[in-house]
Design a protein around this ligand. Sequence first.
Ligand code: MG
Length: 390
Amino acid sequence: MRKRTGIAILGSTGSIGKSSLDVITSMNEHGEDYYVTYLVTNRNVDLLYQQVKKFNPKGVVIIDEERAIQFRSYLNGGGLKVYSGQKGLMEVMSGGEFDVLISSLVGFAGLRPTLTALEAGKTVALANKETMVVAGEIVNETASKHKANLVPIDSEHSAILQCFTGEGKEWVAKLILTASGGPFLNRTKKELENVTVEEALNHPNWKMGSKITIDSATLMNKGLEVIEAHYLFDLPADKIEIVIHPQSIIHSMVEFVDGSIKAQLGVPDMKIPIQYALTYPERVRSKYPRVDFTKVGQLTFSKPDIEKFSLIKAAYDALREGGTATAILNAANEAAVDLFLRRKIKFMQIAEFVRGALDSIASKRSPDIEEIFEADRTAREFVYAEMERV
Ligand code: MG
C-alpha cells in the first residue's frame, strides 16, 4: 500500500476536477490511501458544497469573493477553513498542507497558483496545458530549482511519458501526437464559416469543458499540446508531429532512432491519465472500461489539414519564435474562444484573430513572469479591439 497522500485540486468543480475526485474514490476502494485536503473553485459553490460533504477537506478556496460569501452562508460552524480571492488562493498554494496539486483551472488563470505550488516544492499533476504554453521555461526552472515534480495529466503527454519509461532521451527520434480531429474533421473550409456554438461543443469522443472543446474543434488544442510537449519533453518543434486518429484509442506515440515505435492505448477517459499522474511511476488497479479491439474494428490515421485548421500552423510558428510568442498565441486564443462562446464572433474568426495578434504584437525573448503577464494583456486587448473593428 502507498503512503497516505494529501491532494489539493485547483478547479475541483470542472471536468478534470470532478474526474479526479472519482479517481481518488476508486483508488481508495482498491486499498490506496489518498485524501482531499483542499478544493479550489472559481464560482460553482453549490457543487463545491456537495464535494465538501463527501470528501471532508481541511479547507476550500473560492476565487470569486461574492460566491465565497454565499458559500459561507451554507455552513453552520464546523472546522472547514474558507479562503477567498487570489490572496486566499496564494495562501493555500504556498503554505497549505498537501502533497500533490492537481492543477486543472482553465487557461492562463492557472499559471500563478501552479508556479506558487512548485515554489513550495509540491508535486504538480498538470492538466492546465496553458501554464506550459505561456511560461514553459519558467515553469521548468521553478520546478527544478525547488525540486518539485511535474507530471502531465493531458492524455497525449501521459501517453508519451508512459512510452518514455525505460528509454534514454538520446534514443528518441520524434513524438507523434494523435488528434481526434474534433467535430469538424470532414467539413470543408467553406462549411466551417457558419458552424454554431452548439455544433462546436459537440465533441465526438471526449466529454470536456467548453474552452477545451472549442480548442478541439479548431484543432488549436493540438497546437497547444505541441508546445506543451516541447516544454515537458525538451524536444524541438520539428521532432513533434500531429496525426489525425479519429477513434482516440492511441493517445500518442514515440518513435525511436532504430525505427521502433511505442504507443499507449486505452479508452478515451481522462480518469486513466489522471490516475497515472497520481501513481506515477507505479500503477494501481482500476475498474475503468477496457478497449475491446474486436468492437473498435479499425484504427485509422491521416494528415491534419493545416489549410483548414490554420491554428496548428500558428502554434508551430509561435513555438519556433519562442519568447512571449506562445503567451500571445494563447491569450489571443482564450479571448477569441470566449467571444465565440458568447456568439460575438464566427468560428473562423478565432483563427483570424489569433494570427492577427501573432503578426501584430512583437514578442520578447527570455521573458520574465511580468513580461508574460503583459504579453497576455496586450494580446487580449488586441482581440477585443479587432472585434470592435470588423
Ligand atoms: Mg489532450
